[in-house]
Design a binder for this molecule. Sequence first.
Ligand SMILES: Nc1nc2c(ncn2[C@@H]2O[C@H](COP(=O)(O)OP(=O)(O)O)[C@@H](O)[C@H]2O)c(=O)[nH]1
Ligand SMILES: [Mg+2]
Length: 300
Amino acid sequence: MTNEKPCGYVAIVGRPNVGKSTLLNHLLGQKISITSRKPQTTRHRLLGIKTTENYQIVYVDTPGLHQDHHNAMNRYLNRTARSSLEGVNVILWLVEAPHFTPEDAYVLTTLSPLQTPTILVVNKVDKFTDKNLLLPYIQEVGSKREFKNIHPISALKDQNFTELEMSLVQLLPLGTLFYPEDQLTDRNERFLTAEFIREKLIRHLGAELPYRITVQIDSFQDAEKLISISATIWVERPGQKAIVIGKDGAMLKAVGQEARQDLEKLLGKHIFLQLWVKIKKGWSDDERALQQLGYFEGNR
Ligand SMILES: Nc1nc2c(ncn2[C@@H]2O[C@H](COP(=O)(O)OP(=O)(O)O)[C@@H](O)[C@H]2O)c(=O)[nH]1
Ligand SMILES: [Mg+2]
């Protein structure tokens, strides 16, 4: 008798905004990865670990692959997304009907040298009342690479997850658990805190600004019933600082309140959160500044 069961790594890949992080959170039943309508939301590789009696799947959430590599941030995101593909057992490739975009084609090119078994996931099918309209799309994309399976799903509405996970598990080797059964992610609480704050900023601020923002945790004190956190939001210019703070501090207050609520759900304790806004010129396009703020692998 051994206690070997299907255990393995599954990379979730796809163009920005197709629903990768949403899928990870919903498969786990707990939010660990931040999501928004804007590209560049996910900046780091993040593991989401799902352990049941019968299997352990280690999902790898990745930044979307960005076609435009003109700035340091996009180059970093692409490097992270590509290296996340190394050594995984299965690739889940997310697309969204009805269009196969140039960004999707770019992902396909990145996958083409890889022999890794791939499952095609057609996400956001909740947007289609007439599911027959999906068929031509599934046929079109389904012929672009060899797929072990094709699953139409809704990440947001938890639709068709059982079928998806069943076909995943069949592709995993038998082995012993990689992580303890109660572990949900490889990232620590400080990291998740910074990400949750960044998510609220992305959701509240206009189209361009969020790309110029990063969050650093200055202190994280975990007492019996209360966690006290102090964090700095880095922006590039005084004008941006004013926007982040908002009229009479209203914006910063809303961001803080929403981040606190998410953190209380995740960490199961009361949270006291203090936010500061500071200026650091040109950080997002300067590899050295990125490195100082922890945007390189090894930052885990
Ligand atoms: N209608 C619908 N929207 C979704 C679904 N999955 C994700 N979204 C939305 O798509 C946007 C991008 O999601 P996100 O997970 O951040 O995409 P990522 O960039 O691929 O990680 C968010 O606004 C999500 O709420 C889905 O199944 N149905
Ligand atoms: Mg994401």
